[in-house]
Write a protein that binds this ligand. Structure first.
Ligand code: ADP
Length: 218
């Protein structure tokens, strides 16, 4: 399986990718996690990426395309399927992905849009906490309890710098102008599928799995 997950910031792409990777034995490739890891390790890439990410801007296409090229080649070599979470985020990135897959002689299985209205995205991001160890996210709409830790690994939780209100609004704008056009892009290629992203985590996973069954994706 080679899957692209589409959806606004906070639509649940990362959370669903975590569920799907276990069920379908594929790798989750989150460009956001990858970049935050570079920042944590204070690498040159991390330093460059941080200046964009803190403002809710996109890291330049040239940088992202370069990273992904290396990573997907690695997976193809190991014959391991993958879920792309956060890539592509612009039409040029999608074109680069398409070129890359063609070069590797393989096809994308599907681009799946997790559809969530903007007001709900803003509400989720403003109450979102992230695990410092494993990147699991947890929502606390009524405020985080003092003693809360990551439900997955027990690690400490923090609020991402870009989950602040002004930055959230900027990310929504960036999503609308750069990433929403990808919906049309994949639709025109006949690769787009869409599911309703409102509801409990398990319900949404259920919708995705039903869709995969219908499309014979495993
Ligand atoms: P979210 O989808 O919740 O906004 P991510 O963790 O996917 O969060 O991404 C956080 C930030 O990382 C983005 O706002 C952007 O600055 C940067 N980023 C991640 N993936 C890409 C990409 N493919 N192209 C450009 N920037 C990216």
């Amino acid at each position: 399986m080679r899957l692209v997950l589409l959806g606004g910031p906070g639509s649940g792409k990362g959370t669903q990718a975590d569920v799907l990777k276990e069920k379908y034995n594929v790798v989750k490739l989150s460009t956001g996690d990858l970049l935050r890891n570079e920042i944590k390790n204070n690498t040159d890439l991390g330093k460059e990426a941080k200046s964009y990410m803190d403002k809710g801007e996109l890291v330049p296409d040239s940088v992202m395309i370069n990273i992904l090229d290396k990573i997907t080649a690695d997976f193809e070599e190991k014959e391991q399927g993958y879920i792309l979470d956060g890539f592509p985020r612009t039409v040029p990135q999608a074109e680069a992905l398409s070129k890359m897959l063609k070069k590797q002689g393989v096809e994308l299985s599907m681009a799946l849009l997790i559809d969530v209205p903007q007001e709900e995205l803003i509400r989720r991001l403003s109450s979102r906490w992230t695990c410092i160890e494993c990147s699991t996210t947890v929502g606390y709409p009524n405020g985080k309890p003092d003693n809360a830790v990551c439900p997955n690994c027990g690690g400490d939780l923090y609020q991402r710098d870009d989950d602040k209100r002004e930055t959230i609004l900027n990310r929504m704008e960036v999503y609308k102008s750069n990433t929403e056009p990808l919906i049309k892009y994949f639709d025109e290629k006949g690769q787009l599928e869409k599911i309703d992203g409102l509801g409990q985590l398990e319900e949404i996973s259920g919708r995705i799995i039903t869709l995969f069954n219908e499309k014979d994706l495993d």
